[in-house]
Ligand binder design. Structure first.
Ligand SMILES: Cc1cc2nc3c(=O)[nH]c(=O)nc-3n(C[C@H](O)[C@H](O)[C@H](O)COP(=O)(O)OP(=O)(O)OC[C@H]3O[C@@H](n4cnc5c(N)ncnc54)[C@H](O)[C@@H]3O)c2cc1C
Length: 654
């Protein structure tokens, strides 16, 4: 294990009242290795019958030991006799959520890493991994292991709340104490929403106003330097329950190998019980990403960022480069998503560095929202919106989402449930555009490179996310943001239930942002940070020999240039699927209509279909349909004596 600096000495003293006493110290003090003469846990327990609490610490998206308020709170429980850090591999997650191979891989690596961290504190410890539905597992463990407390890091998003409620109900039924502690955000979203009178925070300014009246952000919490022993680990599995039973559709079927053994038994293979499953056991093919999970890798990246005071102090998100081959931002999002690093470590680490930089006369310090603090605040702002808005992840029923008559919107049955698997939409053209976008073959190299990078790596730069999301929705394709979000749900390693829908609503000008007329250019935008098209050459290798001049618009290259580059557009690389400028104008016009009618996802007219009808009528009346637009363009061209492609070439020459 690498010795890591603590960003700041914690000011918070954690009272250590429990017996045996876990040692909580800052991460910088490397955990002592257990001596080779350590006794077997059961033997040790015989001698120390001092305590009576038997605690399960349930890891979810907090795969770290550092800066964990929830873990600290769990270790403070009075009189701990046995302590098991556990993980439940839930079939609902494995089958019901779209999760790409890169995120699976990252998760398993992070679980393995945290398990090793536990081992380094106490040789009898590890991450105890179970395979099955948490409510069944907890029932069994409470009975068989005589558990008295269940502790976890509380999250406020809709997914977690449903899961938490089940376990809380079970604990109440069986007389077990629950210790759920927030820690995934700078401020507990539930508290912020309460302070905002139950309303979501829809601007950063609003979030800042509310939190400025709350207690300041906690300092990083200390890392345990020792850990109580686990209790007995025998657990009879008579297959009395179908631990991994799942009857819905397997949304990850397309990335499976056809054989999955993860849920064959509650505790995993008999020769390695409670172990972290492998990709193979989960039935998955290998991942493709170069981004690796783990609290150690997360801290290495964090330390690297903090070791550059100028970079930290002058960080300005709009000035980072989406075209860079090496990430020009921190690439900490996957580690934040899986809780491999603590948020307070990053926040106070940056505060410390910036303060020193200032004292040393550093110049050019950036301010919120573009600096690092602003980035983390945006994350909290979305969490406080998601937790307060039912159906935040879709249009229908979502009170903050403007209604636009997008193509390929989610379909619902009479009971309001989404129809899955999704029937192919009647709008063939939109389906084709969507597939081309997803697969990175739109004929616009910047979009295609970003989408191919996303699929391959599970991460792309924030402004690359802007580009592809804008293109798919209000920029050119006029396709529902729900469809784009779903692809991100699957492919992003850093997928977050608040940040993903929140940012998709932002980019489609459905909420948080309203300047729908500002659209990213498919050539001009990437050219701002890289005229050579390095990212395109990497992810669209068929274009690698095009001269810089045509790298973002190879369809404009003369035939001789295409031949020389060994890539004929329309044969070796697709022709553009649409006319960038015509579609942009149409999209802006339709968004203007939608803003005029100003419907939201929970309006009665949206729920009963009237809004869509009214909007389409308005588009028709205003001349905002493809046919009307084509006729109008044709007339204009005839008047000016222009050929169909002339304007592209002129634009290119400018
Ligand atoms: C359409 C779209 C979808 C997105 N989906 C997600 C998602 O599912 N999960 C996710 O973590 N981020 C999402 N983002 C936000 C942002 O793109 C990523 O957080 C960022 O690119 C991660 O890279 P980084 O760690 O290098 O970021 P940095 O610039 O180094 O920022 C540091 C941290 O700040 C937070 N952050 C920065 N910008 C945002 C933002 N706009 N919204 C929320 N948090 C932010 C992240 O935790 C990030 O790790 C999305 C953005 C867009 C446009």
């Amino acid at each position: 294990m690498t010795a890591l600096k603590s960003p700041k000495t914690p000011k918070k003293e954690v009272p250590l009242t429990s017996l045996p006493k876990p040692d909580l110290s800052p991460r910088s003090s490397k955990a002592p290795k257990p001596s080779s003469s350590s006794k077997h846990p059961r033997e040790t327990q015989e001698k120390k019958k001092t305590g009576k609490a038997r605690v399960l610490y349930w890891h979810r998206t907090d795969l770290r030991l550092t800066d964990s308020p929830a873990l600290c709170k769990a270790l403070e429980i009075e009189g701990i006799e046995s302590f098991w850090p556990i993980w439940c591999f839930d079939p609902e997650y494995v089958y019901k959520h779209r999760v790409g191979l890169n995120r699976w891989n990252f998760l398993l690596e992070s679980m393995e890493d945290v398990s090793q961290e536990y081992k380094s504190l106490n040789e009898h410890q590890k991450l105890w991994v179970f395979r099955g539905r948490p409510e069944l597992i907890f029932r069994k463990l409470i009975k068989d292991w005589k558990v008295t407390h269940i502790a976890w890091e509380k999250d406020s998003n809709a997914y977690s709340k449903v899961r938490d409620e089940k376990i809380i109900a079970l604990a109440n039924e069986l007389g077990v104490e629950v210790v759920a502690t927030p820690g995934r955000h700078l401020y507990d979203p539930d508290e912020v929403i309460k302070a905002n009178k139950g309303k979501p925070t829809m601007t950063l300014h609003q979030w800042q106003g509310i939190t400025s009246k709350m207690k300041g952000i906690d300092q990083p919490y200390p890392t345990p330097a020792s850990l109580p022993d686990p209790g007995p680990s025998d657990l009879e599995d008579h297959h009395e329950e179908q631990w991994g039973k799942y009857e819905g559709i397997d949304l990850n079927a397309d990335v499976r190998t056809g054989k999955d053994t993860c849920f064959d038994s509650l505790t995993g293979p008999s020769d390695n019980p409670f172990s972290v499953p492998t990709m193979d056991q989960l039935g998955f093919q290998p991942a493709t990403t170069t981004i690796h999970g783990g609290t150690n890798e997360g801290h290495r990246r964090l330390d690297l960022f903090l070791s550059d005071p100028e970079k930290v102090s002058t960080f300005s998100k709009p000035h980072t480069a989406p075209t860079a081959l090496e990430p020009s931002t921190t690439l900490l999002s996957p580690y934040i998503k899986f809780g491999c690093i603590g948020l307070r470590e990053l926040w106070w680490g940056c505060k410390d560095v910036v303060e020193k930089w200032r004292k040393n006369g550093g110049k050019g310090e950036t301010k919120e929202p573009e600096n690092m603090f602003g980035q983390l605040e945006f994350r909290d702002m979305y969490a406080c919106a998601e937790a307060a808005v039912p159906h935040f992840e879709r249009i229908r029923g979502n009170s903050v989402c403007k209604y636009v008559a997008w193509a390929l919107q989610n379909q619902y049955d009479d009971n309001g449930n989404e129809i899955l698997p999704r029937p192919r939409d009647e709008d063939e053209e939109a389906e084709k555009r969507f597939e081309a976008w997803r697969e990175g073959r739109t004929g616009f190299p910047w979009i295609d490179a970003c989408m191919r990078q996303l699929k391959h790596e599970g991460w792309i730069h924030h402004l690359a996310r802007h580009s592809v999301a804008c293109f798919l929705t209000r920029g050119q394709c006029y396709i529902s943001w729900e469809r784009g979000m779903e692809v991100f749900d699957e492919w992003l390693i850093d997928w977050d239930p608040a940040s993903n829908p929140g940012n998709w609503m932002w980019l489609s000008a459905s909420a948080f942002y309203s300047q729908y007329f500002r659209v990213y250019g498919l050539v001009s935008w990437p050219q701002k940070t890289d005229k050579t098209g390095a990212l395109v050459r990497k992810y669209c290798p068929e274009l690698k020999d095009f001269p810089d001049k045509y790298i973002y618009a190879p369809h404009l290259a003369p035939a001789a240039v295409q031949e020389k580059a060994n890539c004929i557009i329309g044969k070796d690389y697709p022709s553009p699927i649409l006319d960038e400028h015509v579609e942009k104008d149409l999209c802006i016009a339709r968004l203007k209509d939608a803003y005029h009618l100003n419907y939201h996802g929970n309006d009665e007219d949206v729920l009963n279909g009237t809004a869509e009808k009214k909007l389409k009528e308005l588009h028709e009346a205003n001349g905002h349909t493809h046919t009307q637009k084509a006729e109008e363009d044709e007339k204009k061209r005839k008047r000016s004596g222009e050929g169909a492609l002339d304007k592209f070439i002129k634009r290119e020459k400018k």
